[in-house]
Design a protein around this ligand. Sequence first.
Ligand SMILES: [Fe+2]
Ligand SMILES: [Fe+2]
Ligand SMILES: [Fe+2]
Length: 417
Amino acid sequence: MKDVSLIDLAGGISSALDYISPAVTGHHRRVGLGAVALASQAGIPESSLVDLLLAGLMHDIGAFSMDLALDGLTFDSDLKEHAVVGYRLLKEHPFLERASRMVLYHHTSWKDLRVIRQEGDRETLLLANIVNLADRIDILRRVGTSTRERREVERAVAGFTSDLYAPKLLEAFRELADGGLFWPLVEDMDRPVREMLSPNLLDVHISPDELIEFSSFFTRIIDFRSRHTATHTAGVAESAVLLSKLAGMSEQEQKAMRLAGNLHDIGKLAVPTALLDKPGALDSDEYVKVQDHATVCAEVLRSIPGLGEVADWACQHHERLNGKGYPLGLTGDQLSLGSRIMQVADVHTAITEDRPYRKGMTRERAVAVLRSMADNGFLDPDIVNLIIENHDRFDAVRTIVQSRALSEFRRFAEAYR
Ligand SMILES: [Fe+2]
Ligand SMILES: [Fe+2]
Ligand SMILES: [Fe+2]
Protein backbone atom coordinates (compact mmCIF):
# COMPACT_ATOMS: atom_id res chain seq x y z
CA MET A 1 0.00 0.00 0.00
CA LYS A 2 1.23 3.42 -0.93
CA ASP A 3 -0.17 6.92 -0.55
CA VAL A 4 -3.37 7.47 -2.51
CA SER A 5 -4.55 10.72 -4.04
CA LEU A 6 -7.84 12.17 -2.84
CA ILE A 7 -8.73 13.08 -6.43
CA ASP A 8 -8.21 9.47 -7.57
CA LEU A 9 -10.20 8.21 -4.61
CA ALA A 10 -13.15 10.52 -5.32
CA GLY A 11 -12.93 9.67 -9.02
CA GLY A 12 -13.24 5.99 -8.11
CA ILE A 13 -16.20 6.56 -5.81
CA SER A 14 -18.00 8.63 -8.43
CA SER A 15 -17.49 5.95 -11.06
CA ALA A 16 -19.24 3.45 -8.75
CA LEU A 17 -22.13 5.92 -8.39
CA ASP A 18 -22.23 6.41 -12.13
CA TYR A 19 -22.85 2.74 -12.83
CA ILE A 20 -26.23 2.65 -11.23
CA SER A 21 -28.41 3.42 -14.19
CA PRO A 22 -27.77 3.85 -17.90
CA ALA A 23 -29.76 7.09 -17.84
CA VAL A 24 -27.19 8.73 -15.62
CA THR A 25 -23.98 7.06 -16.77
CA GLY A 26 -21.15 9.49 -16.17
CA HIS A 27 -23.37 12.05 -14.45
CA HIS A 28 -21.20 12.57 -11.37
CA ARG A 29 -18.05 12.65 -13.41
CA ARG A 30 -19.44 15.27 -15.79
CA VAL A 31 -20.81 17.38 -12.94
CA GLY A 32 -17.44 17.28 -11.16
CA LEU A 33 -15.46 18.24 -14.24
CA GLY A 34 -18.05 20.75 -15.44
CA ALA A 35 -18.12 22.43 -12.03
CA VAL A 36 -14.34 22.80 -11.96
CA ALA A 37 -14.34 24.26 -15.47
CA LEU A 38 -17.05 26.78 -14.57
CA ALA A 39 -15.24 27.74 -11.38
CA SER A 40 -11.89 28.28 -13.12
CA GLN A 41 -13.57 30.41 -15.74
CA ALA A 42 -15.33 32.42 -13.02
CA GLY A 43 -11.99 33.10 -11.32
CA ILE A 44 -12.43 30.94 -8.22
CA PRO A 45 -9.01 30.37 -6.60
CA GLU A 46 -7.42 27.01 -7.31
CA SER A 47 -7.16 26.25 -3.62
CA SER A 48 -10.93 25.71 -3.56
CA LEU A 49 -11.21 23.55 -6.62
CA VAL A 50 -10.47 20.18 -5.06
CA ASP A 51 -13.32 20.59 -2.57
CA LEU A 52 -15.57 21.63 -5.43
CA LEU A 53 -14.49 18.62 -7.48
CA LEU A 54 -15.24 16.30 -4.54
CA ALA A 55 -18.69 17.84 -4.15
CA GLY A 56 -19.44 17.48 -7.85
CA LEU A 57 -18.20 13.90 -7.99
CA MET A 58 -20.38 12.85 -5.07
CA HIS A 59 -23.24 15.36 -5.05
CA ASP A 60 -26.13 12.87 -5.34
CA ILE A 61 -24.70 10.29 -2.95
CA GLY A 62 -27.65 10.92 -0.61
CA ALA A 63 -30.07 9.75 -3.30
CA PHE A 64 -28.30 6.40 -3.34
CA SER A 65 -28.89 5.93 0.34
CA MET A 66 -32.57 6.66 -0.03
CA ASP A 67 -33.03 4.73 -3.24
CA LEU A 68 -34.47 7.66 -5.11
CA ALA A 69 -34.70 6.95 -8.80
CA LEU A 70 -31.90 9.05 -10.20
CA ASP A 71 -33.50 9.17 -13.62
CA GLY A 72 -36.33 11.04 -11.98
CA LEU A 73 -34.11 13.67 -10.45
CA THR A 74 -35.42 16.58 -12.39
CA PHE A 75 -35.10 20.15 -11.43
CA ASP A 76 -38.66 20.64 -10.34
CA SER A 77 -39.27 17.71 -8.06
CA ASP A 78 -38.53 17.89 -4.38
CA LEU A 79 -34.82 17.48 -4.21
CA LYS A 80 -33.90 18.89 -0.86
CA GLU A 81 -34.01 15.60 1.00
CA HIS A 82 -31.25 13.80 -0.87
CA ALA A 83 -29.11 16.90 -0.50
CA VAL A 84 -29.54 16.81 3.28
CA VAL A 85 -28.82 13.08 3.43
CA GLY A 86 -25.70 13.53 1.31
CA TYR A 87 -24.54 16.31 3.60
CA ARG A 88 -25.04 14.15 6.67
CA LEU A 89 -23.16 11.25 5.13
CA LEU A 90 -20.18 13.31 4.03
CA LYS A 91 -19.81 15.93 6.75
CA GLU A 92 -18.41 13.48 9.28
CA HIS A 93 -15.12 13.21 7.46
CA PRO A 94 -12.54 16.01 7.52
CA PHE A 95 -11.60 15.38 3.86
CA LEU A 96 -15.18 15.97 2.84
CA GLU A 97 -16.45 18.51 5.35
CA ARG A 98 -16.35 21.51 3.03
CA ALA A 99 -17.64 19.53 0.07
CA SER A 100 -20.54 18.35 2.25
CA ARG A 101 -21.77 21.93 2.62
CA MET A 102 -21.80 22.32 -1.15
CA VAL A 103 -23.77 19.08 -1.42
CA LEU A 104 -26.25 20.41 1.14
CA TYR A 105 -27.03 23.42 -1.04
CA HIS A 106 -26.71 21.90 -4.49
CA HIS A 107 -30.43 22.37 -5.17
CA THR A 108 -30.84 25.71 -3.41
CA SER A 109 -31.46 28.71 -5.64
CA TRP A 110 -29.10 31.67 -5.64
CA LYS A 111 -31.91 33.79 -4.29
CA ASP A 112 -32.37 31.53 -1.27
CA LEU A 113 -28.64 31.26 -0.76
CA ARG A 114 -28.57 35.03 -0.37
CA VAL A 115 -30.22 34.75 3.04
CA ILE A 116 -27.72 32.11 4.16
CA ARG A 117 -24.88 34.08 2.56
CA GLN A 118 -25.22 36.80 5.13
CA GLU A 119 -24.06 34.37 7.78
CA GLY A 120 -20.71 33.77 6.14
CA ASP A 121 -18.61 31.49 4.01
CA ARG A 122 -19.85 33.07 0.84
CA GLU A 123 -17.38 31.24 -1.33
CA THR A 124 -18.65 27.79 -0.31
CA LEU A 125 -22.18 28.88 -1.17
CA LEU A 126 -21.06 30.14 -4.56
CA LEU A 127 -19.37 26.78 -5.10
CA ALA A 128 -22.63 25.04 -4.15
CA ASN A 129 -24.35 27.14 -6.79
CA ILE A 130 -21.72 25.98 -9.29
CA VAL A 131 -22.50 22.33 -8.52
CA ASN A 132 -26.17 23.21 -8.97
CA LEU A 133 -25.53 24.75 -12.39
CA ALA A 134 -23.26 21.94 -13.57
CA ASP A 135 -25.91 19.44 -12.46
CA ARG A 136 -28.64 21.35 -14.25
CA ILE A 137 -26.60 21.54 -17.45
CA ASP A 138 -26.01 17.81 -17.31
CA ILE A 139 -29.71 17.12 -16.95
CA LEU A 140 -30.47 19.40 -19.91
CA ARG A 141 -27.72 17.67 -21.89
CA ARG A 142 -29.86 14.57 -22.09
CA VAL A 143 -31.75 16.06 -25.04
CA GLY A 144 -28.86 14.87 -27.16
CA THR A 145 -25.32 15.63 -28.19
CA SER A 146 -25.69 17.05 -31.70
CA THR A 147 -24.56 20.62 -32.34
CA ARG A 148 -28.15 21.75 -32.68
CA GLU A 149 -29.07 20.15 -29.36
CA ARG A 150 -26.02 21.72 -27.74
CA ARG A 151 -27.19 25.15 -28.87
CA GLU A 152 -30.57 24.35 -27.39
CA VAL A 153 -28.98 23.68 -23.99
CA GLU A 154 -26.86 26.82 -24.23
CA ARG A 155 -29.96 28.89 -25.01
CA ALA A 156 -31.82 27.38 -22.07
CA VAL A 157 -28.94 28.23 -19.73
CA ALA A 158 -28.76 31.76 -21.13
CA GLY A 159 -32.40 32.13 -20.12
CA PHE A 160 -31.79 31.31 -16.44
CA THR A 161 -32.34 34.22 -14.09
CA SER A 162 -30.15 35.54 -11.32
CA ASP A 163 -32.74 34.17 -8.89
CA LEU A 164 -31.50 30.70 -9.77
CA TYR A 165 -27.81 31.11 -10.48
CA ALA A 166 -25.15 33.71 -9.76
CA PRO A 167 -24.85 35.84 -12.93
CA LYS A 168 -21.10 35.39 -13.11
CA LEU A 169 -21.57 31.62 -13.35
CA LEU A 170 -24.00 31.93 -16.25
CA GLU A 171 -21.47 34.21 -17.85
CA ALA A 172 -18.69 31.69 -17.27
CA PHE A 173 -20.71 28.98 -18.96
CA ARG A 174 -21.43 31.20 -21.96
CA GLU A 175 -17.72 31.99 -22.36
CA LEU A 176 -16.71 28.32 -22.12
CA ALA A 177 -19.43 27.21 -24.53
CA ASP A 178 -18.64 29.99 -27.02
CA GLY A 179 -14.98 29.03 -26.89
CA GLY A 180 -15.89 25.42 -27.65
CA LEU A 181 -14.31 24.33 -24.38
CA PHE A 182 -17.14 23.06 -22.24
CA TRP A 183 -18.61 20.10 -24.10
CA PRO A 184 -15.40 18.31 -25.14
CA LEU A 185 -14.26 18.41 -21.52
CA VAL A 186 -17.37 16.89 -19.99
CA GLU A 187 -17.86 14.38 -22.80
CA ASP A 188 -14.40 12.84 -22.52
CA MET A 189 -15.16 9.66 -20.60
CA ASP A 190 -11.89 7.85 -21.13
CA ARG A 191 -9.20 9.76 -19.35
CA PRO A 192 -8.84 9.58 -15.56
CA VAL A 193 -10.35 12.62 -13.86
CA ARG A 194 -6.97 13.80 -12.59
CA GLU A 195 -5.51 14.07 -16.09
CA MET A 196 -8.26 16.45 -17.07
CA LEU A 197 -7.49 18.93 -14.33
CA SER A 198 -4.83 21.56 -14.02
CA PRO A 199 -1.68 20.03 -12.50
CA ASN A 200 -1.66 22.96 -10.07
CA LEU A 201 -4.80 21.70 -8.40
CA LEU A 202 -3.94 21.08 -4.79
CA ASP A 203 -4.39 17.35 -4.33
CA VAL A 204 -4.34 15.64 -0.95
CA HIS A 205 -2.09 12.64 -0.41
CA ILE A 206 -3.67 10.09 1.85
CA SER A 207 -1.37 7.81 3.82
CA PRO A 208 -2.31 4.12 4.25
CA ASP A 209 -3.42 4.75 7.86
CA GLU A 210 -5.57 7.71 6.84
CA LEU A 211 -7.03 5.66 4.03
CA ILE A 212 -8.03 2.87 6.41
CA GLU A 213 -9.70 5.43 8.63
CA PHE A 214 -11.46 6.96 5.62
CA SER A 215 -12.58 3.54 4.41
CA SER A 216 -14.11 2.74 7.82
CA PHE A 217 -16.09 5.94 7.53
CA PHE A 218 -17.04 5.08 3.97
CA THR A 219 -18.40 1.64 4.87
CA ARG A 220 -21.37 3.51 6.34
CA ILE A 221 -22.15 4.97 2.94
CA ILE A 222 -21.94 1.53 1.35
CA ASP A 223 -23.92 -0.27 4.04
CA PHE A 224 -26.56 2.25 5.10
CA ARG A 225 -28.34 1.95 1.78
CA SER A 226 -30.14 -1.06 3.09
CA ARG A 227 -31.06 -1.86 6.65
CA HIS A 228 -30.39 -5.50 5.82
CA THR A 229 -26.78 -4.90 4.95
CA ALA A 230 -26.17 -2.13 7.47
CA THR A 231 -23.59 -4.08 9.42
CA HIS A 232 -22.27 -6.50 6.80
CA THR A 233 -19.06 -4.69 5.91
CA ALA A 234 -18.07 -4.15 9.52
CA GLY A 235 -18.45 -7.88 10.17
CA VAL A 236 -16.52 -8.94 7.08
CA ALA A 237 -13.64 -6.55 7.70
CA GLU A 238 -13.27 -7.59 11.32
CA SER A 239 -13.37 -11.31 10.49
CA ALA A 240 -10.89 -10.87 7.64
CA VAL A 241 -8.43 -9.06 9.89
CA LEU A 242 -8.66 -11.75 12.56
CA LEU A 243 -8.21 -14.46 9.91
CA SER A 244 -5.16 -12.73 8.46
CA LYS A 245 -3.65 -12.54 11.93
CA LEU A 246 -4.32 -16.21 12.64
CA ALA A 247 -2.95 -17.10 9.21
CA GLY A 248 0.32 -15.41 10.15
CA MET A 249 0.16 -12.30 7.99
CA SER A 250 2.34 -9.32 8.96
CA GLU A 251 0.90 -6.27 10.65
CA GLN A 252 1.16 -4.33 7.40
CA GLU A 253 -0.81 -7.05 5.65
CA GLN A 254 -3.42 -7.08 8.38
CA LYS A 255 -3.93 -3.37 7.81
CA ALA A 256 -4.25 -3.94 4.08
CA MET A 257 -6.80 -6.63 4.88
CA ARG A 258 -8.87 -4.18 6.91
CA LEU A 259 -8.88 -1.77 4.01
CA ALA A 260 -9.85 -4.54 1.59
CA GLY A 261 -12.63 -5.68 3.94
CA ASN A 262 -13.98 -2.14 4.25
CA LEU A 263 -14.05 -1.75 0.48
CA HIS A 264 -15.08 -5.23 -0.64
CA ASP A 265 -18.67 -4.26 -1.34
CA ILE A 266 -18.02 -0.77 -2.76
CA GLY A 267 -19.53 -2.08 -6.00
CA LYS A 268 -22.88 -2.35 -4.22
CA LEU A 269 -23.23 1.40 -4.69
CA ALA A 270 -24.07 0.41 -8.25
CA VAL A 271 -26.79 -2.05 -7.24
CA PRO A 272 -30.33 -0.65 -6.82
CA THR A 273 -31.47 -0.73 -3.20
CA ALA A 274 -34.64 -2.57 -4.23
CA LEU A 275 -32.47 -5.56 -5.09
CA LEU A 276 -30.39 -5.35 -1.92
CA ASP A 277 -33.63 -5.34 0.06
CA LYS A 278 -35.60 -7.83 -1.97
CA PRO A 279 -37.11 -10.55 0.15
CA GLY A 280 -36.87 -13.96 -1.52
CA ALA A 281 -35.02 -15.09 -4.58
CA LEU A 282 -33.79 -12.82 -7.35
CA ASP A 283 -34.71 -13.55 -10.95
CA SER A 284 -31.84 -14.11 -13.35
CA ASP A 285 -31.61 -10.49 -14.55
CA GLU A 286 -31.60 -9.27 -11.00
CA TYR A 287 -28.97 -11.79 -10.05
CA VAL A 288 -26.70 -10.54 -12.83
CA LYS A 289 -27.15 -6.98 -11.57
CA VAL A 290 -26.18 -7.97 -8.05
CA GLN A 291 -23.20 -9.96 -9.35
CA ASP A 292 -22.05 -6.85 -11.18
CA HIS A 293 -20.91 -5.42 -7.87
CA ALA A 294 -17.79 -7.57 -8.05
CA THR A 295 -16.90 -6.24 -11.51
CA VAL A 296 -17.60 -2.65 -10.47
CA CYS A 297 -15.41 -3.18 -7.41
CA ALA A 298 -12.49 -4.21 -9.59
CA GLU A 299 -12.94 -1.32 -12.00
CA VAL A 300 -13.22 1.21 -9.21
CA LEU A 301 -10.34 -0.01 -7.06
CA ARG A 302 -7.97 -0.63 -9.96
CA SER A 303 -8.56 2.96 -11.05
CA ILE A 304 -7.02 4.17 -7.78
CA PRO A 305 -3.22 3.91 -8.01
CA GLY A 306 -1.45 2.89 -4.81
CA LEU A 307 -3.87 0.26 -3.53
CA GLY A 308 -1.72 -2.66 -4.68
CA GLU A 309 -3.00 -6.10 -3.70
CA VAL A 310 -5.91 -4.56 -1.78
CA ALA A 311 -7.92 -4.34 -5.00
CA ASP A 312 -7.64 -8.10 -5.62
CA TRP A 313 -8.29 -9.07 -2.03
CA ALA A 314 -11.39 -6.90 -1.94
CA CYS A 315 -12.84 -7.69 -5.34
CA GLN A 316 -12.25 -11.43 -5.57
CA HIS A 317 -14.48 -12.23 -2.61
CA HIS A 318 -17.00 -14.06 -4.80
CA GLU A 319 -14.42 -16.11 -6.68
CA ARG A 320 -14.17 -19.76 -5.58
CA LEU A 321 -11.13 -22.04 -5.62
CA ASN A 322 -12.92 -24.57 -7.87
CA GLY A 323 -13.58 -21.91 -10.51
CA LYS A 324 -17.30 -21.73 -9.79
CA GLY A 325 -17.27 -18.16 -8.50
CA TYR A 326 -17.69 -14.80 -10.22
CA PRO A 327 -17.02 -12.47 -11.93
CA LEU A 328 -14.08 -14.18 -13.64
CA GLY A 329 -14.29 -17.81 -12.51
CA LEU A 330 -10.69 -17.72 -11.29
CA THR A 331 -9.25 -20.92 -9.83
CA GLY A 332 -7.20 -21.72 -6.73
CA ASP A 333 -3.82 -21.19 -8.36
CA GLN A 334 -4.91 -17.65 -9.28
CA LEU A 335 -6.25 -16.70 -5.85
CA SER A 336 -3.84 -15.38 -3.23
CA LEU A 337 -4.10 -16.01 0.49
CA GLY A 338 -5.62 -12.54 0.96
CA SER A 339 -8.39 -13.24 -1.54
CA ARG A 340 -9.11 -16.65 0.01
CA ILE A 341 -9.39 -15.06 3.42
CA MET A 342 -11.86 -12.48 2.13
CA GLN A 343 -13.98 -15.22 0.56
CA VAL A 344 -14.28 -17.10 3.84
CA ALA A 345 -14.87 -13.90 5.86
CA ASP A 346 -17.63 -12.84 3.46
CA VAL A 347 -19.42 -16.20 3.42
CA HIS A 348 -19.17 -16.65 7.18
CA THR A 349 -20.51 -13.16 7.89
CA ALA A 350 -23.26 -13.48 5.30
CA ILE A 351 -24.63 -16.79 6.55
CA THR A 352 -24.58 -15.87 10.21
CA GLU A 353 -26.20 -12.43 9.92
CA ASP A 354 -29.94 -11.85 9.52
CA ARG A 355 -31.20 -11.11 6.00
CA PRO A 356 -34.60 -9.89 4.76
CA TYR A 357 -35.69 -13.40 3.87
CA ARG A 358 -34.10 -15.43 6.65
CA LYS A 359 -32.56 -15.40 10.11
CA GLY A 360 -28.82 -15.84 10.50
CA MET A 361 -27.66 -19.43 10.88
CA THR A 362 -26.78 -21.01 14.20
CA ARG A 363 -23.14 -21.81 14.83
CA GLU A 364 -23.65 -25.54 14.15
CA ARG A 365 -25.40 -24.87 10.87
CA ALA A 366 -22.77 -22.30 9.80
CA VAL A 367 -19.95 -24.74 10.55
CA ALA A 368 -21.69 -27.42 8.49
CA VAL A 369 -22.09 -25.05 5.53
CA LEU A 370 -18.48 -23.83 5.69
CA ARG A 371 -17.21 -27.42 5.97
CA SER A 372 -19.16 -28.59 2.99
CA MET A 373 -18.00 -25.59 0.94
CA ALA A 374 -14.42 -26.47 1.83
CA ASP A 375 -14.96 -30.18 1.07
CA ASN A 376 -16.43 -29.34 -2.31
CA GLY A 377 -13.55 -27.11 -3.30
CA PHE A 378 -15.28 -23.74 -2.99
CA LEU A 379 -13.40 -22.35 0.00
CA ASP A 380 -9.89 -22.87 1.36
CA PRO A 381 -10.14 -25.63 4.03
CA ASP A 382 -7.23 -24.28 6.11
CA ILE A 383 -8.90 -20.89 6.44
CA VAL A 384 -12.28 -22.42 7.17
CA ASN A 385 -10.57 -24.42 9.94
CA LEU A 386 -9.22 -21.23 11.47
CA ILE A 387 -12.79 -20.02 11.90
CA ILE A 388 -14.04 -23.33 13.27
CA GLU A 389 -11.18 -23.61 15.76
CA ASN A 390 -11.58 -20.04 16.96
CA HIS A 391 -15.29 -19.67 16.79
CA ASP A 392 -15.67 -17.85 20.10
CA ARG A 393 -13.16 -15.19 19.12
CA PHE A 394 -14.84 -14.62 15.79
CA ASP A 395 -18.25 -14.33 17.37
CA ALA A 396 -16.94 -11.94 20.01
CA VAL A 397 -15.21 -9.47 17.68
CA ARG A 398 -18.01 -9.54 15.17
CA THR A 399 -20.70 -8.96 17.75
CA ILE A 400 -18.89 -5.88 19.01
CA VAL A 401 -18.32 -4.21 15.65
CA GLN A 402 -21.65 -5.20 14.19
CA SER A 403 -23.65 -3.92 17.14
CA ARG A 404 -21.73 -0.65 17.02
CA ALA A 405 -22.50 -0.37 13.31
CA LEU A 406 -26.14 -1.16 13.96
CA SER A 407 -26.58 1.55 16.54
CA GLU A 408 -24.90 4.06 14.23
CA PHE A 409 -27.25 3.00 11.49
CA ARG A 410 -30.29 3.41 13.76
CA ARG A 411 -29.16 6.90 14.69
CA PHE A 412 -28.72 7.74 11.04
CA ALA A 413 -32.02 6.21 9.92
CA GLU A 414 -34.04 7.78 12.72
CA ALA A 415 -33.94 11.19 11.07
CA TYR A 416 -35.76 9.85 8.00
CA ARG A 417 -38.73 8.08 9.46
FE1 LIG B 1 -29.06 16.29 -6.75
FE1 LIG C 1 -27.25 15.24 -9.98
FE1 LIG D 1 -20.18 -9.15 -2.29
